[in-house]
Design a protein around this ligand. Structure first.
Ligand SMILES: Nc1ncnc2c1ncn2[C@@H]1O[C@H](COP(=O)(O)OP(=O)(O)O)[C@@H](O)[C@H]1O
Ligand SMILES: [Mg+2]
Length: 212
């Protein structure tokens, strides 16, 4: 399976979701590779170095590729079960290329209209380029505690014709701290936060199963 995690904006949660999904599949014995396409930031690459330093299990492989095709060729060798593209922001051409190779596309987004509007615009762009609606999954990230605000965002997405999972990722210090030490948001020191993040991935897994 190939999953692409993309958005036009930076700081919305692409790398966070990449690492979360990678970790959850890896702990279930999948061989997982992250293709870190954000060569400027190298966020997932750096994260993995910290992960190795702290000897966090399970091991997740991360590699920076010069092009989407290079990553796909590598994946086609058959050593991995799952390739996850951690996309770079403002990379329209590359995003399309990731999309064309992905079984599932995850669009993390904040829930302000400043964030939702470009997310829907990107989804429209993907559909215009032959991606199916059901391949696109929108995930609300770094949300606050207001349920009405999240509900409004969900309505906006559904009115636009897209699917947002029920779970969202709250903005939490512990999520940031975990990632700062090479861990995923299911590896914080708080069981309840880990559980919430795990449920979020479960929803994505369930959706991906419906696609095949
Ligand atoms: N739910 C969250 N709670 C707290 N901090 C978060 C959360 N999600 C992301 N962050 C932090 O916000 C920053 C940007 O997130 P990141 O996943 O790297 O976004 P992107 O890859 O889209 O640029 C990172 O420092 C990350 O640790
Ligand atoms: Mg990133």
């Amino acid at each position: 399976m190939i999953i692409g995690i993309v958005s036009q904006k930076g700081g919305v949660g692409k790398s966070t979701l990449t690492r979360l999904i990678a970790r959850e599949y890896a702990i279930n014995s999948w061989m997982v590779k992250i293709a870190d396409m954000d060569s400027k930031q190298g966020t997932s690459t750096r994260w993995n170095m910290l992960r190795n330093e702290h000897q966090v299990e399970p091991i997740v492989k991360v590699e920076q590729y010069r092009s989407v095709n290079d990553a796909v060729s590598d994946y086609n060798k058959g050593d991995f079960h799952l390739l996850i593209f951690d996309g770079a922001p403002a990379a329209s051409k590359e995003t399309l290329s990731i999309a064309k190779h992905s079984d599932l596309l995850i669009l993390p987004t904040g829930i302000s209209s400043d964030d939702l509007e470009p997310t829907v615009r990107l989804a429209h762009e993907l559909v215009k380029n032959g991606i199916q609606h059901k391949q696109i999954v929108i995930v609300f990230c770094r949300v606050g505690d207001s349920l009405p605000e999240i509900e409004e965002a969900r309505n906006y997405i559904s009115m636009a014709g897209y699917f947002a999972i029920d779970s969202s990722l709250s903005e939490r210090v512990a999520y940031r701290r975990a990632q700062d030490s090479g861990r995923s948001v299911t590896e914080t020191t708080f069981g309840s936060l880990n559980k919430k993040a795990a449920l979020l991935v479960q929803e994505i897994v369930n959706h991906s199963k419906k696609l095949s």
